[in-house]
Design a protein around this ligand. Structure first.
Ligand code: CTP
Ligand code: CA
Length: 225
C-alpha cells in the first residue's frame, strides 16, 4: 500500500466510525430520513483499516457494501445508533462521527398504519440523543472527531460544535454547494482542532478520507505523550 509518509500511529488502534443517515419511524410503513449516502463514513472506515486500525463501522441504512475487514453493524434509528455506539465504545481509541443523525424523531411511532382522514396531519417531534457529544463527555473519552454540515457561517458554527461538544477535532462541510458533500462522490472539508485548522480541497471521498485520517493520526499522537 502506497502510504509511505504515514506514521504507524493508527496500527492496532481501535477506531469506531458512524456513517449514513438514520431512519425515524412514523408508523409501520413510513419514516423520515435525510440525503446522506454513507459514502464518506465508509471511505473513512476503509482508509482507517488500510492505515492498520481495527475498525468498527456503525451504519444507518445505506446502499453500500460493507468494507472488507471492517466490523460493520447496521442500525436504523438514532436511538439504535446511540445504543450500539455506547455498547461498543469502551475500548475505542478514536471515535469519528460521520453519520447524519436525525436531530428529532416523531414523538409517537404508531403501531398501526396511520389512516388518511379529512383533517390535516400534525406530527410532533422530540429530540434524539447527541451521540457525538455523549461519547466526548464520557469519563475517559476516546480521541473524538465530529463532522459539521453547514449551509452558512461554517467556521463559527463548526468552532461552536468543537467547544460545546468537547471534541478533539471537527471536519466542516459546506452543504450549500450541491456538487459536493451529501449524496456526492466528492467532498471538501475544513478541519478544525483547538489550536489550528487545515483546508482539504475538493477531492474524491476516498482520497479525502485518507487525508483526514492522516491529520487524525497526527493529532491523536500528540495526545498520547
Ligand atoms: N451528531 C450525533 N448525534 C446527533 C446529532 C449529530 O452524533 N444526534 C453528530 C454528527 O454525526 C456530526 C456532528 O454531531 O459529527 C454534528 O452534526 P450536525 O448535524 O452538523 O450538528 P448538530 O449538533 O446536530 O447541530 P445542527 O444540526 O443544528 O447544525
Ligand atoms: Ca444535526
Amino acid at each position: 500500500l502506497l502510504l509511505p509518509d504515514v506514521p504507524q500511529v493508527l496500527a492496532g488502534k481501535h477506531i469506531t466510525i458512524t456513517a449514513g443517515p438514520t431512519r425515524e419511524d412514523i408508523d409501520p410503513v413510513r419514516y423520515i430520513t435525510n440525503h446522506s449516502s454513507g459514502k464518506m463514513g465508509y471511505a473513512l472506515a476503509k482508509a482507517s483499516q488500510q492505515l492498520g486500525a481495527k475498525v468498527t463501522l456503525i451504519s444507518g441504512p445505506v446502499d453500500l457494501t460493507p468494507p472488507e475487514n471492517v466490523k460493520t453493524i447496521l442500525v436504523s434509528s438514532a436511538q439504535d445508533m446511540h445504543n450500539t455506539v455506547m455498547q461498543n465504545i469502551k475500548d475505542s481509541d478514536i471515535f469519528v462521527a460521520c453519520a447524519a443523525v436525525a436531530d428529532y424523531r416523531p414523538k409517537q411511532n404508531a403501531t398501526q398504519k396511520i389512516k388518511k382522514s379529512e383533517q390535516e396531519l400534525t406530527l410532533t417531534f422530540v429530540k434524539n440523543p447527541d451521540i457525538l457529544s455523549d461519547v466526548a463527555h464520557l469519563p475517559d473519552p476516546p480521541f473524538t472527531v465530529g463532522f459539521a454540515a453547514e449551509t452558512q457561517n461554517l467556521r463559527e458554527y463548526a468552532l461552536g460544535k468543537l467547544s460545546r461538544k468537547k471534541l478533539n477535532m471537527i471536519a466542516a462541510n459546506d452543504v450549500s454547494n450541491k456538487t459536493i458533500g451529501f449524496n456526492s462522490e466528492q467532498n471538501a472539508l475544513t478541519v478544525f482542532w483547538p489550536k489550528g485548522e487545515k483546508q482539504l480541497n475538493i477531492a474524491d471521498k476516498n482520497l479525502l478520507a485518507t487525508q483526514l485520517m492522516k491529520i487524525v493520526a497526527e493529532k491523536f499522537e500528540e495526545t498520547q505523550t
